[in-house]
Design a binder for this molecule. Sequence first.
Ligand code: CU
Length: 475
Amino acid sequence: MIFRRAQIVLVMALATACAPSAKPTGTETAVLTAPPQVPPPITRRQPATVVVNLEVSERTMPMADGVEYTFWTFGGTVPGSFIRVRQGDLVEFHLNNHPSSANPHNIDLHAVTGPGGGASSSVVAPGHTATFRFTALNPGLYVYHCATAPVGMHIANGMYGLILVEPENGLPKVDREYYVMQGDFYTRDPFGVAGHQPFDMRKAIREEPEYVLFNGAAGSLTGDKALSAQVGETVRLFVGNGGPNLVSSFHVIGEIFDRVYREAGSVPDANIQTTLVPAGGASIVDFKVEVPGTLILVDHALFRAFNKGALGMLTVTGAQDSSVFSGRIAEGIYQPEGGTVQVMPDAKAAAVASTPAERRTFGQRTYQQTCAACHQADGRGIVGAFPPLAGSDYLNADPTRAIQIVLFGLSGPVTVNGQQYNSVMPGQVLSDEDVANVLSYVYSQWGNAGTAVTPEQVKKVRAAGPVRPTSTAAH
Ligand code: CU
């Protein structure tokens, strides 16, 4: 009996998804919005003919501070205009290519049931318009994109957006809806290099983007452009991913998604932390904001967020509720770090020693910070792993070699005090002063030869470059 009822419900659900129950009546023009805004929910409860007028244009816009890019757009923005229709609607689509465009374009909507998603019916040369119709059979949130060859390049230049096909009875009501779409971008120069950046096809083929962005620009959703909500409100994000290459691990730092329509399917899942948004796919995430503060939208593949631009903010204002979260609320703690490549440990400004004793004192500091973890505070090393520096014949035999090893590292077998070691020491990121200090300290300790090493010596060794050190202390 229960099984039969479940069967009937399933059949009814399928019928709802595939066969609109009524013929469209009346005609209206779709409201299109630029990201992050979303057109208002559809209140009518019967299908209509909906006219969509979407204009393609190629325009140069900021991609990051001081960086410009010539985007190819649907509706003048990246991502393109948000389109909202209802299941069963007959969509009359007019694709208009602005006369100033240099290229033909078209549109493939994943909401279309039909060959190419409309692509072959919508190819338009600059200064032309194309019209086609489709019935929105399946509810869901769908990506649309240009599908003109080279397809990857048209998408990489920003030609994608979202179309929402509301189910017949609408989506559950929420207080705020926003439109966020990720894309990866391939520029000639690395992230942040100022000026107009041309598209780099080779990087696109290698799938090595310089930029990974929400809504087409680094900072599109930060500062005074951050999304906003009040404590106690429910927020819905329509999240898309244009790609062309990367999948997104979409996450909001400081929130749990109460409801996720995974891959924008019809059945929501509950209590999700991070949701996958495939290239050419979308997701609908709903959550209630309970406490004030700044929530951070990221692709949780985090170098994309902090070094390539995929970071946005949602500012929540209202009364604190210490039963939900009792910590300090620090706004703006997650600033984009920019694309600077960093090395660890970072090269520190060196302390300049004025006497040999001071040099050894400074050197002791560097030793404790940099060397003691392996060679130990007492310089005895660890048998079988890290050679001793205390009373070391290898060290005392050749100060120049010691400088080389600190600067450029050492790998391969070495014999120290009759013991063989075969580990890897990386070159250290230290200034000439630091190297002179730390070696002078080491030579002054633990029964070593007392050799004083100067920054001038280090400078000379650094200039000479890496040399393969000899493997034993024997000379
Ligand atoms: Cu195109």
